[in-house]
Design a protein around this ligand. Structure first.
Ligand code: SDX
Length: 443
């Protein structure tokens, strides 16, 4: 009976124990040795376990991939139990507020913090790719006046694919970097055009003399091209820190979508459009919008117990709480809460923060949330800050997509360079009808 691959030499632990599983198939009595590498077994190693010679072999069944590693990645490390988040090994607490979003974007995509010359070249490349083709404006003008800005951003990212056919040459490094520059540079422009369209205001072109977030704020809020607009440096700095905190989060739903679409060798514009579509969902990046709507619906602290009762009765979810990986406080939520003070010092306090703090306090002392290890996630406080900065609620998911673009592109590029990666095509367990035949037509 096959005993499977022997673990590679040298995998024996210091204790002399082999790093492997010995699996006994009780259907046949067969025993198999399956190597353990980096805390995982290769699912393909299960296929040798057969009930008969004609058997296909075992699959691993993991709906929503709750316990499946789809890739090996060196970009972001999360320890959900300890509440740790590191970008390329740097703790998020050391990057937020100390490195700019574009420095962090470079770190995520290229694996190291940029030197002086690398940073100057990177800033130049991003800055000089912020403009969009004039026809993009015509495309965006076609949306209904009340189109959700996230729907406009998703569609326009895909439309950019038609402006840059060279992007299909995804294995050409120079062409690939040019698309990376274009997507990081253009997404704030597209986001601001979506916002201006919803107000019926003229589009404001990028100003290459401004920083990434100051330029975005000017494109959003400058009254007209002839009017001056200087964003408050504290607010553009706070937004930059928010962008750092939202830049990447390993194999989340939208990043996994970017990898999946990219695995068919589609260009990065349609892949990032698919990723943005996944982020739009209320269980993912759309949660920040839902949190503010939930807090506005509650209105006052005396309504908090009623909301908690509804959640515990399973009638609704506490938006901004819970996480697939974090079973402790999301470190980003803590940093965002700290950033709130600097924003409120300029904008005045958003009264929703007191309601959110009261809600967090009640939830964190309630057994329902403690037992399920539900803590505030990145979305719980972000919307409160964005609202204080004057952003409309429906632009919040777009504010998530702008910085997450660098994370999507980092994973897209890593996937393309990974020799083990092929087109993503999971298996299934078929539960439909057995073979049956179309009845003969009655003559
Ligand atoms: C993001 O993956 C990432 O990294 C995402 C992200 C990133 O940076 O990319 O961190 C960004 O998407 C943050 C999450 C934003 N979403 C929300 O805030 C929406 C509310 N949260 C949930 O819907 C939920 O917590 C998820 C989607 C975030 C995680 O869902 P899981 O891991 O699939 O958890 P689950 O649905 O299996 O829930 C486990 C239990 C269930 O209770 P029981 O069925 O066991 O009784 O916890 C309960 C759930 O009902 N639960 C909640 C809850 N979240 C989970 N109950 C009330 N309120 C919640 N928010």
């Amino acid at each position: 009976m096959p005993t499977g691959k022997k673990p590679a030499e040298g995998t024996e632990k210091r204790s002399g124990r082999r790093s492997s599983l010995t699996v006994r198939d009780n259907r046949t009595g067969g025993e198999y040795e399956i190597p353990i590498e980096r805390g995982a077994i290769r699912a393909l190693d299960l296929r040798q376990i057969k009930a008969s010679e004609t058997d296909f072999g075992l699959l691993s069944y993991d709906p929503s991939f709750q316990n499946t590693a789809a890739c090996q990645s060196g970009i972001t490390f999360i320890d959900g139990d300890a509440g740790l988040l590191r970008y390329r090994g740097y703790p998020i607490e050391e990057l937020a507020g100390r490195k700019s979003y574009l420095e962090v974007a470079y770190l995520l995509i290229y694996g190291r913090l940029p030197g002086r010359t690398e940073l100057a070249n990177w800033l130049h490349n991003i800055t000089y790719h912020t403009m969009v083709h004039e026809n993009v404006k015509k495309f965006m003008d076609g949306f209904h006046h009340d189109a959700h800005p996230m729907g406009m951003v998703v569609s326009t990212l895909a439309a950019l694919s038609t402006f840059y056919p060279e992007a299909k040459q995804i294995h050409d490094s120079e062409i690939r970097q040019r698309q990376i520059h274009r997507l990081v540079g253009k997404i704030p422009t597209i986001a601001s055009f979506a916002y201006r369209h919803s107000l019926g205001m003229s589009y404001i072109y990028p100003d290459n003399d401004l920083s990434y977030t100051a330029n975005f704020l000017a494109m959003m809020y400058r009254p007209s091209w002839t009017a001056r607009y200087d964003s408050d440096p504290v607010l553009s700095k706070a937004l930059d820190t928010m962008f750092v905190l939202h830049a990447d989060h390993e194999q989340n739903c939208s990043t996994s979508t970017m990898r999946t679409v990219g695995s068919s060798l589609a260009d990065p514009y349609v892949a990032s459009a698919a990723a943005a579509a996944a982020l739009y969902g209320p269980l993912h990046g759309g949660a920040n919008e839902e949190v503010v709507r939930m807090l506005q619906e509650i209105g006052t602290k005396d309504k908090v117990p009623q909301l908690i009762r509804q959640v515990k009765a399973g009638k609704r979810r506490l938006m901004g709480f819970g996480h697939r990986i974090y079973k402790n406080y999301d470190p980003r939520a803590r940093l965002i809460k700290e950033a709130a003070e600097s924003v409120f010092a300029i904008t005045g306090k958003n009264k929703l923060i007191d309601l959110a703090l009261a809600l967090e306090k009640v939830a964190l002392s309630d057994d329902y949330f403690i037992k399920r290890r539900l803590y505030p996630n990145v979305d719980f406080y972000s919307g409160i800050i964005y609202q204080a900065m004057g952003f409309p609620t429906d632009i919040f998911p777009v504010l998530f997509a702008i910085p997450r673009m660098s994370g999507w592109l980092a994973h897209w590029q890593e996937m393309l360079m990974d020799q083990e990666q092929k087109i993503t095509r999971p298996r299934q367990i078929y539960t439909g009808p057995r073979e049956r035949h179309v009845p003969e037509e009655a003559t």
